[in-house]
Design a protein around this ligand. Structure first.
Ligand code: SAH
Length: 247
């Protein structure tokens, strides 16, 4: 059975498609899926699109139509944790939907019907992904542009929601509200928690690694496009390559 490699944006996916052996393009649900082999492993590459609903549709198609054994997300995110800098990688341990709020019927962030706010990623797959992420940041440190500072790989909570978080005010209030509820959030993006929820529904292992493209602050709209042009695809290719060799 195949491993699905999900990216949000074509810029994040480009290197993976380029490296794919025996590529076969399939269109489904208005999306392109690429079947093939990477490092001798059977994979399906897919774009989630942007936002939770688009990501849930792609994840469902990967499971229902392509019968994938596991889903791995590689993409970019805004850094929220104090120690999480541009160029670092965050591997998700848990996910939360920061724009889910059915209060006062349910506590803020709780997913109605699931009796929880946090969605766990698969522990084994995430441990392998963290090893791959560490390998990527250590071999990349000192190579590209701003990186005289060593880069780090982190593991923890990532929040997803249908917003590009692009002001210091919003990112701090999100981080502080989550902290007050006992959740130390490392990064924010727009798709992962939706995929985590679909994978939970189908009982499929899920793991995600997000490279930090911006700090979700007042310069996020400038930092983000620069980063995805220069670094995102290379990081995705390195991390996925290492991971596949360890499966
Ligand atoms: N410019 C893109 C839109 C990108 S939206 C386009 O025109 O197609 C931002 C993407 O990067 C999403 O997939 C999201 O998951 C991730 N992301 C990076 N930084 C983010 C931030 N600060 N807030 C939310 N999502 C972010």
């Amino acid at each position: 059975m195949s491993t699905a490699i999900l990216s949000a944006l074509p810029e994040e996916q480009a290197g993976l498609v380029h490296a794919l052996q025996h590529p076969q393009r399939i269109t489904r649900a208005g999306r392109s899926f690429w079947r093939g082999e990477l490092h001798g492993r059977s994979v399906v590459l897919a774009l989630s699109g942007i936002g939770k609903v688009a990501a849930a549709t792609t994840a469902t198609a990967l499971i229902e139509h392509f019968g994938v054994a596991r889903i791995v997300f590689t993409g970019v995110a805004g850094g929220l944790g104090d120690a999480v800098r541009v160029g670092d990688v965050v591997v998700a341990q848990t996910y939360l939907q920061h724009d889910m709020d059915a209060s006062p019927l349910f506590p803020r962030w709780e997913l109605p019907g699931y009796a929880r706010s946090l969605l766990e990623c698969d522990a084994n797959l995430s441990a392998l992904l963290l090893i791959a992420a560490r390998d990527c940041v250590s071999s990349d440190s000192g190579q590209s542009g701003s990186s005289s500072v060593p880069r780090s790989a982190h593991k923890g909570l990532i929040a997803s929601g249908d917003r590009f978080v692009s002001s210091a005010h919003e990112s701090l209030s999100l981080r502080d509200a989550l902290r007050a509820a006992g959740h130390e959030v490392l990064a924010v993006e727009m798709e992962g928690a939706a995929v985590a929820q679909v994978c939970r529904d189908y009982d499929i292992p899920f793991a995600a690694a997000r490279t930090i493209s911006d700090r979700a602050d007042d310069t996020a709209h400038v930092d983000f496009p620069q980063f995805i042009q220069t670094v995102a695809s290379r990081y995705a290719e390195h991390i996925v390559g290492k991971l596949l060799q360890s499966l």
